[in-house]
Design a protein. Structure first.
Length: 303
């Protein structure tokens, strides 16, 4: 039975504000996850957080008894959830070894890559500035990595950096899929099927590697991380249904301020000059690539 189609008016300014709020919520979640990774390890955190996410998403979605998504929409849910699984594992493993501000600055290459992907898959406008912007962003990444190499970083930092860059590549794909998904499904549906797919993926891994012990004393923080993750995801879903992926991608840069503050206050992480320089180059490159994009996308169908 075909699902009803609702028209959602485009509100770029409101969507931009909501996306900013989503970045703030998810930045706090990153800090909670970093603390958990350091306390109980990435495997235990990932497994129990996936279970908590599924419980939270089910409570919000299942009582509504909404129609089952179409096969095409379900395929989008599964693909994005698979990307998110890899992205999250790389990122959380990386921030256990890399200062938060440094990690966030490396992820800023994702919006630039997303601009290119949005042009290919979503037919959003891109121009020659994207090439120049990519050069600046690449230079920023090189500055950060070179700074780490000369600063006698702690063991594991360079591997953590590689994981963060890999996560950023996945996140670029995620940004584009999020835009495509947000105009095909409602936020609670997106949140539920992502949580369900991620839980299934990790259940297969647990069957092979075993279930980690219940992290007594940390269960409450895992639930907090799950609630923050769901809230941020819902906010992003609402925003991406109402404005272009390229337009909203720049909100990611506000995460650097959150990361610098949280890293300094909670983990006593100093803000290095090479991190600032690299972040400036990456952000400058992304802004150069995004310059001239219209903030008023056309009205779109919201299934």
């Amino acid at each position: 039975m075909p699902r009803s189609v609702n028209r959602v008016a485009q509100h770029p300014v409101q969507a931009f504000a909501v996306a900013l709020a989503a970045v703030g919520v998810l930045s706090i979640m990153d800090a909670v996850m970093k603390a958990l990774v350091l306390a109980i390890g990435i495997y235990a955190v990932t497994i129990w957080r996936a279970l908590a996410n599924l419980v939270v998403a089910s409570v919000m979605y299942l009582p509504r008894r909404l129609p089952w998504p179409s096969r095409a929409t379900l395929r989008i849910h599964v693909w994005r959830a698979a990307v998110v699984t890899v992205m999250a594992f790389f990122f959380f493993w990386g921030i256990g070894r890399v200062p938060l501000a440094q990690a966030l600055s490396l992820t800023f290459i994702a919006p630039l890559i997303a601009l290119l992907l949005a042009g290919v898959f979503l037919h959003e406008t891109i121009g020659a500035r994207s090439i120049a912007g990519s050069v600046f962003a690449l230079a920023g990444v090189i500055v950060i990595v070179a700074g780490q190499a000369t600063a006698k970083a702690a063991p594991g930092v360079l591997l953590g950096t590689a994981a963060i860059v890999g996560s950023a590549l996945c996140y670029a794909v995620n940004i584009v899929l999020m835009r495509h998904q947000a105009v095909a499904a409602k936020p609670l549906e997106i949140n539920f099927f992502q949580a369900l797919t991620v839980a299934v993926i990790w259940a297969v891994i647990v069957a092979a590697l075993g279930l980690p012990p219940v992290p007594r004393g940390h269960v409450g923080w895992i639930v907090v991380a799950s609630l923050l993750s769901s809230t941020g995801g819902l906010l992003f879903s609402w925003a991406y249904a109402r404005a272009e992926a390229g337009y909203l991608a720049v909100t990611e840069y506000s995460g650097f301020l959150w990361a610098a503050a949280l890293g300094w206050v909670i983990f006593h992480e100093p803000l290095r000059s090479y991190t600032l320089a690299g972040a400036a180059l990456i952000v400058g490159g992304c802004l150069l690539a995004a310059r001239g994009k219209s903030p008023e996308p056309p009205e779109m169908d919201y299934t």
